[in-house]
Write a protein that binds this ligand. Structure first.
Ligand SMILES: Cc1cc2nc3c(=O)[nH]c(=O)nc-3n(C[C@H](O)[C@H](O)[C@H](O)COP(=O)(O)OP(=O)(O)OC[C@H]3O[C@@H](n4cnc5c(N)ncnc54)[C@H](O)[C@@H]3O)c2cc1C
Length: 366
């Protein structure tokens, strides 16, 4: 039986970040991943690095993580592009809330500015007429998440991590794991299996939340920022069975990534024509020029969603040397690096830089 200081189960962006962080701290690490590195939710997302301000705990984790992303800004593998985020107000009611949102982001250590309608159209001339200004967060960025996960796993391996590829963890024991080929590994274990979490830890409730995305052919110069409607948070954090929100991203290639939808209680990964249509109609309402573009591909992915929308980060209650980092919903790329640092602090008994209490897995069992 091989012994490790840490066994990381799952190599999505969260597990990969944890493995990277652990090897940087000198730990002897094993990584277990049945599929491609970063091939789960991590390969399906938009890769927008964004601070959402409606939940103070989530904002603290995002802010902490965004600072850590700056270390990757010049990394070719990350395809880091500092396009900035432009939030758009559809009406005066949404515009009236902007000052408060700017204040919240700035209080958390970020930089944001309100823009009036004139400035909005200077920044993004293709937006539909009649919008009421918005908020610019100029330093936010986008990355290509599966490449980041691959880079982090490679770096962990260069520091000595063992990769158990093509194999899944079937059973968790007392500081041991059994793989599907019968191999047993021993050591503290960190479960980072995203939507598959209930298979190993059914006591931690988690639901998959389906999302659609579509990518277009190349149209350099049409879109400059990641542009979202200010109402996006109510789609992201609402509990509606299904919702769509305007969210578009300029890829460094000139392609435009169009999102996004959210659906609970759907497990079929097939692209749904009606849902895609609803999502695109929302996008066309905000940016009519999108209607004339050539689509290349549409796909879906599942966001790992906890009942309160916050990830589980910490020790699994009533267990021995068992840890979890999962349930990051639609922000797991943004918050992966901060989550990993927080996990390492907890594992090594140091006080984390941000309060870990809001993410404690024990809250699920309270
Ligand atoms: C449509 C969509 C858009 C998104 N947009 C963004 C965005 O713009 N910004 C952002 O920050 N986030 C975004 N997200 C969210 C983000 O993609 C996820 O939160 C994040 O990728 C979750 O990473 P993870 O490592 O927890 O899960 P995953 O990437 O799913 O990784 C889990 C891994 O565990 C492995 N695994 C499963 N079971 C086992 C087992 N028994 N043994 C070993 N390994 C196992 C799987 O094979 C998988 O590779 C989006 C998500 C979707 C679906």
């Amino acid at each position: 039986m091989s012994h490790y200081d840490l066994i990381v189960v799952g190599a999505g962006i969260v597990g990969a970040s944890c493995a990277d962080e652990a090897t940087a701290a000198g730990l002897r690490v094993a990584i277990v991943e049945p599929g491609p590195i970063g091939g789960g939710a991590t390969a399906c997302g938009m890769g927008h690095l964004v601070a959402m301000d409606d939940d103070p705990a989530e904002l603290a984790l995002a802010r902490y993580s965004l600072r850590r992303w700056e270390d990757h800004a010049d990394l070719a593998e990350a395809e880091f592009s500092r396009c900035g985020t432009l939030w758009v107000a559809r009406n005066e009611t949404e515009a009236a809330g902007i000052a408060q949102r700017v204040a919240r982001l700035e209080a958390s250590g970020g930089e944001a500015e309100a823009v009036d309608a004139q400035a909005l159209y200077r920044l993004e001339p293709a937006l539909a007429p009649g919008l009421c200004g918005g908020m610019l967060v100029a330093r936010e960025a986008v990355v290509y998440p599966p490449r980041v996960a691959l880079h982090l796993v490679r770096r962990a391996r260069q520091r000595g991590a063992s990769l158990y590829a093509g194999r899944a963890v079937r059973r968790l024991g007392r500081a041991t794991v059994t793989l599907d080929d019968g191999t047993v590994l021993a050591g503290p274990t960190l479960v980072a299996t995203g939507c598959a979490l209930p298979e190993l830890l059914p006591q931690l409730p988690l639901r998959p939340r389906k999302g659609h995305l579509l990518i277009t052919d190349r149209y350099p110069g049409l879109l400059h920022h990641q542009v979202l409607e200010l109402g996006y948070a109510s789609s992201a954090h609402g509990t509606a069975g299904s919702s769509v929100a305007f969210n578009v991203q300029p890829r460094p290639t000139g392609q435009i990534l169009i999102g996004s939808s959210r659906e609970f209680d759907v497990t079929d990964p097939a692209v749904s024509g009606p849902m895609l249509q609803r999502m695109l109609q929302r996008a066309f309402d905000f940016m009519p020029a999108l209607r004339g573009l050539q689509a290349i591909r549409a796909w879906t992915g599942f966001r790992p969603t906890t009942p309160d929308g916050r990830p589980y980060l910490g020790a699994v209650p009533d267990s021995t040397d068992l840890w979890v980092a999962a349930g990051h919903e639609g922000l797991g790329v943004t918050t992966a690096l901060g989550s990993a640092r927080l996990m390492l602090d907890l594992l090594q008994g140091r006080p984390p830089a941000i309060d870990p209490a809001p993410y404690a897995p024990a809250r699920a069992l309270a």
